[in-house]
Design a protein around this ligand. Structure first.
Ligand code: SF4
Length: 456
């Protein structure tokens, strides 16, 4: 990857993160629910990927942009787990639930808000309703708040089948931690990492955020020193987007201490160089991984894919999401659950799916989905692949887009390639950081009224 200051300044744009295409703002609250469910029930033999949204958090992080409920009433977990069990039962009746569940992910909120008993009950519901893969190849992961877990809970999660964890680390500097209202010491994280390794967890991810109050190049470098000492298998380095009018808790951040845009860019540049020099490989967007990690191997083999959780080694799965705000995706048919807990509870208790909105992809969406997701995960696109899969002539179908790609080609962010009779485009090392700008050329739903995040 090549860092080019002039190019980054020129492409100072905002755009979607493309965890799906079309992206969530296209989902329609007035969708015909019968048509949506009928489409979701179309026969499929794809393996299943399950996502559970646990919305509760015991403490509020001021930078948060997630759908969460801040409460210290831990018993709320009991009721919620039963609702998830009922939702699983409803959903499992709508499809062939003998298909293997190869991927499972708990996100939030704070999934570890739930106690060990809650997790036992949740997994009992899972086994009652689905066929969980148990041959060691499964990818069962959970997001962990280091303040909300102990050795017993982690051991229980491992015994239930969890083999990957993702820790919300953000920054180790106590001053930064106090300003974002998330204080967790290096020693706490270190003990958790050691414990996870002793228990045989296969992959540990750290989430880091740059752009928070009091961060600087020298300060964040110290955090990276600590991170490298703990040697996580994967690192996600997210750009903090300050949108206090959209996310009220962000108003509590000391705005005057947010690093200016120039310092943020300098932190990102230093971090990328530091991680690459430390032996990590750039996977794509905000993600880095060790050379021996499954993500890196999948990238090298051209088998990397993208979904709502970021990059994944699992392709062609039908994604079922449970809990408030969860987004399901069955072959381009998207369904998002209600965001508000009481409304979700009422629907599920009445034996109905808690549908907030949805989207049924048309043929054009499916073609563009494959173009954008292939570019994002492989940094190149074979026209033949799209032509064979979708029975189109690429240069004719995308003649307008290829014309709009010309300035990007002129800036040497993308090049045409032709090898062994296959034609296509390849994202250059100069273009990798700006991959979202390349994808945006092929996005038919881009809407200037939507407040997207900065591409860098
Ligand atoms: S950042 Fe995570 S842990 Fe913090 S309030 Fe938001 S959802 Fe909860």
């Amino acid at each position: 990857m090549i860092w080019d200051d002039a190019l980054i300044a020129k492409y100072d744009l905002s755009g979607p993160r493309y965890t799906s295409y079309p992206t969530a703002p296209q989902f329609d609250v007035n969708i015909d629910k019968v048509a949506l469910i009928t489409n979701m029930m179309a026969p499929s033999r794809a393996p299943l990927s399950l996502y559970f949204h646990i919305p509760f958090c015991a403490n509020l992080c001021y930078y948060c942009a997630c759908n969460k409920i801040v409460t210290k009433q831990y018993d709320k977990g009991s009721d919620y787990v039963e609702l998830l069990g009922e939702e699983m039962r409803l959903r499992s009746l709508m499809l062939d639930n003998r298909r293997e569940v190869t991927q499972l992910h708990f996100g939030g909120g704070t999934p570890t808000f739930l106690n060990t008993q809650h997790f036992r009950i949740l997994f009992a519901h899972l086994h009652d309703n689905f066929n969980l893969q148990q041959d060691g190849r499964q990818d069962f992961s959970i997001e962990i708040d280091p303040r909300e877990i102990d050795e017993d809970k982690l051991a229980e999660l491992v015994s239930l089948g969890i083999n990957r964890i993702s820790l919300g680390v953000q920054d180790f500097d106590p001053k930064v931690q106090q300003s974002i209202h998330r204080v967790q010491s290096y020693d706490l994280v270190k003990a958790l990492v050691n414990n996870a390794r002793e228990l045989g967890i296969q992959s540990i991810n750290f989430d880091l955020i740059y752009g928070l109050p009091f961060q600087s190049v020298s300060g964040f470098k110290k955090t990276l020193d600590d991170v490298i000492r703990l040697s996580p298998d994967r690192i996600s380095l997210f750009n903090y987007a300050h949108l206090p009018n959209r996310f009220r808790s962000q108003k509590r951040l000391p705005e005057e201490h947010l690093p200016p845009a120039k310092e943020k860019l300098a932190i990102l540049k230093m971090s990328i160089n530091y991680l690459l020099d430390s032996g990590y490989e750039y996977i794509g967007m905000d993600h880095f991984a060790k050379p021996q990690d499954a993500l890196t191997k999948a990238r090298d083999a051209g088998l990397l894919h993208r979904n709502f959780q970021g990059y994944t080694t699992h392709s062609g799965t039908d994604l079922l999401a449970f809990g408030v705000s969860g987004i399901s995706n069955i072959n381009g048919v998207y369904m998002q659950n209600l965001l508000e807990l009481n409304a979700y509870k009422e629907s599920i208790e009445n034996g109905q799916l808690a549908i907030a909105k949805g989207y049924i992809s048309n043929n054009d969406d499916r073609i563009r989905h494959d173009v954008i997701m292939t570019l994002l995960s492989q940094f190149q696109l074979s026209f033949d692949f799209i032509e064979k899969k979708h029975k189109i002539k690429f240069v004719e179908y995308f003649s307008d887009e290829l014309a709009r790609l010309e300035p990007i080609l002129a800036d040497n962010m993308v090049q045409y390639f032709s090898s062994q009779g296959r034609n296509g485009i390849r994202v250059t090392e100069r273009g990798r950081l700006l991959i979202r700008c390349v994808c945006m050329v092929f996005d038919k739903h881009l809407n200037s009224a939507i407040q997207y995040s900065k591409v860098i």
